[in-house]
Ligand binder design. Structure first.
Ligand code: ARG
Length: 459
C-alpha cells in the first residue's frame, strides 16, 4: 500500500477497507489526462514563482517518462496505489526526488479528479460527435440513393400512407442531428477549468487559474470553488444525451428487427452483423440490433445511478462521488460501441426495394388520397371520408385494392369518380404530390438533403 497520506495515522488500514476505498482499477484510464493536468499545474506554479523553472522541467519530464513507460509496458499500474493520482505522484517522487514532492502544491485530489473527469469527458463528447457525424453521413447516403424507393409509412404499426425509404431514414437523420447539436451544447457548458479550487475553498498560493485554464484549452476557470469540486451536472447532462442517443438507436433497432422478420423481408442484414442458432440451421438472427436495444436499458441505468448518487450529497466533495466513474465509463463505452456497430451494420444492409414497394401498394395506403380526390371534385371532406371508408370495406370483402376496382364499381359509391382516379391514387402520385418541406416527395426531400449537407459541412 503506497498512500499519499499517513502522517496523522498511527495504525494501518484494514485490507478490505483499502480495496473498498481504492479507485485505481477504474480510474487508471485517467493516466493521460492526469499527466496533462499536472504538467499544466506545474507550468502555472513556475510562472507564478511558486516553484522554480528547473523544478517544473523536472516534473514535466518525469511525468512524460512515467506515461511513456506505462504505454511501453515497462511500468505497471498496480493496486498497491489507491488511485491514479497517488500512482503518478509516488512514481514521480521515485524518479525526480524533492521536485516531485512539490507537484501537489496548491492542489487537492478533489480539484485534481474534477479536472481529470472534465478533460476525459470533454474528449468523449468530441469522440461521440465524430461517431454521430459518421452516422449522419451514412444516413445521407441511403437517403440520396432511395428518393424513389416506395414503402408504407406506419402509425400504430398499421399501414397508413406511402412514403419513401429516403423519407423514413430522414426521420432518423433529424434525431441524430439533434443528438449532435446536444453534444455542442454540453461542450459549451462544461468547458471551464476546476483546477485551483483546492479541496473546496481555493488556496492561499497566488495561483493563476486563467493561465491553467488556457493551457488546457478551457474557456476559462470555474467561478466557485465549492461547486467546482462537487459539480457532476455535466456528466448527468452528457449521460442523459447518451441515453437519448441510445433511445434513438433502440427505436431504429426495433425497426430493423421488424423489417428483417420473415413476414416483412424489407432488409437483409449482412452476414458480418448477424448470428446463427445452435439448433435451428435456417436461422439468421439480428442479434446486433437486439443487443443495441438491450444495452439501452443499461445506459439509462447508468444515468439513474449517478442521479441517485448525487441527490443527497451535501457540499462540497464527498467520497460518494467516486461512484461517478464506473457508471459514466460504462455509459460512454456502450454508447460508442453501439453507435459504431449500428452505423457499420446500416452501411452494409440491403434494402429489398420490391418487397417494400409491394407492401406500400397493399393495405389501402392511398385511401386518404382517394378521399382528397373526391374533395377536389367538390365533396366535403367528412363525406369523402365516409365514402372511401365504405369503399375500403367493400375491397376488404373482395380482397382487392381500391385501384383494382373497375370505374363502374367506383361510380356506384360516388358519381364523382372518373377515370382520372387511377392516376390520382397511384403510389407515385401519393408520394410525389406531397411537396411541402418535410414531406416525402423526392423534390421536397432533395431540398432537405441539401440543407442537411450544408449543416454538416459547417459542423
Ligand atoms: N478517487 C477519488 C474520486 O474518484 C479521488 C478524490 C479523492 N479525494 C479525497 N478527498 N479522498 O473521487
Amino acid at each position: 500500500m503506497a498512500q499519499l497520506w499517513g502522517g496523522r495515522f498511527t495504525g494501518s488500514i484494514n485490507e478490505l477497507a483499502w480495496n473498498f476505498n481504492a479507485s485505481i482499477t477504474f480510474d487508471k484510464r485517467f493516466l493521460e489526462v492526469d499527466v496533462r493536468g499536472s504538467k499544466a499545474h506545474a507550468s502555472m506554479l513556475a510562472k507564478q514563482g511558486i516553484i522554480s523553472e528547473e523544478e517544473k522541467e523536472q516534473i514535466v519530464n518525469g511525468l512524460d517518462s512515467i506515461l511513456q513507460d506505462v504505454i511501453d509496458g515497462k511500468l505497471e499500474i498496480t493496486t498497491k496505489y489507491e488511485d491514479i493520482h497517488s500512482f503518478l505522484e509516488a512514481n514521480l517522487i521515485d524518479r525526480i526526488g524533492d521536485a516531485g514532492k512539490k507537484v501537489h502544491t496548491g492542489r487537492s485530489r478533489n480539484d485534481q479528479v474534477a479536472l481529470d473527469m472534465r478533460l476525459y469527458a470533454r474528449g468523449e463528447v468530441e469522440h461521440m460527435s465524430e461517431l454521430l457525424r459518421n452516422m449522419l453521413n451514412c444516413l445521407n447516403g441511403i437517403m440520396k440513393d432511395n428518393l424513389d424507393t416506395y414503402m408504407p409509412g406506419f402509425t400504430h404499426l398499421q399501414k397508413a400512407q406511402p412514403v419513401t425509404l429516403a423519407h423514413h431514414i430522414g426521420a432518423y437523420y433529424e434525431m441524430f442531428k439533434r443528438d449532435l447539436l446536444r453534444m455542442k451544447d454540453i461542450y459549451n457548458r462544461m468547458n471551464y477549468c476546476p483546477l485551483g479550487a483546492g479541496a473546496l475553498a481555493g488556496t492561499t498560493y497566488p495561483l493563476d487559474r486563467e493561465y491553467t485554464a488556457e493551457l488546457l484549452d478551457f474557456f476559462g476557470p470555474t467561478l466557485n470553488s465549492m461547486d467546482s469540486v462537487s459539480d457532476r451536472d455535466y456528466l448527468i447532462e452528457f449521460m442523459s444525451a447518451l441515453s437519448t442517443i441510445m433511445m434513438h438507436l433502440s427505436r431504429f433497432s426495433e425497426e430493423v428487427i421488424i423489417w428483417n422478420s420473415n413476414e416483412y423481408r424489407f432488409v437483409t442484414i449482412d452476414d458480418a452483423y448477424s448470428t446463427g442458432s445452435s439448433i435451428m440451421p435456417q436461422k439468421k438472427n439480428p442479434d446486433i440490433a437486439e443487443l443495441v436495444r438491450g444495452k439501452t436499458g443499461r445506459v439509462y441505468g447508468d444515468l439513474m445511478s449517478l442521479l441517485t448518487t448525487m441527490k443527497g450529497i451535501p457540499l462540497a466533495y464527498n467520497k460518494d462521488m467516486q461512484e461517478d466513474k464506473e457508471a459514466f465509463f460504462d455509459a460512454v463505452d456502450n454508447t460508442s460501441n453501439c453507435l459504431t456497430l449500428f452505423t457499420d451494420m446500416l452501411a452494409t444492409i440491403k434494402f429489398n426495394k420490391s418487397a417494400m414497394e409491394k407492401s406500400a401498394m397493399m393495405g389501402f395506403t392511398n385511401a386518404t388520397d382517394a378521399a382528397d380526390y373526391l374533395v377536389n371534385k367538390g365533396m366535403p371532406f367528412r363525406d369523402a371520408h365516409s365514402v372511401i371508408g365504405k369503399l375500403v370495406l367493400y375491397c376488404i370483402d373482395k380482397n382487392c385494392s381500391i385501384d383494382e376496382l373497375a370505374i363502374d364499381e367506383l361510380k356506384s359509391f360516388s358519381e364523382m369518380f372518373d377515370s382520372d382516379i387511377y392516376n390520382a391514387i397511384s403510389l407515385e402520385t401519393c408520394v410525389n404530390k406531397r411537396l411541402t418541406i418535410g414531406a416525402p416527395s423526392p423534390d421536397a426531400m432533395k431540398k432537405v438533403i441539401s440543407i442537411n449537407e450544408e449543416f454538416i459541412k459547417n459542423y
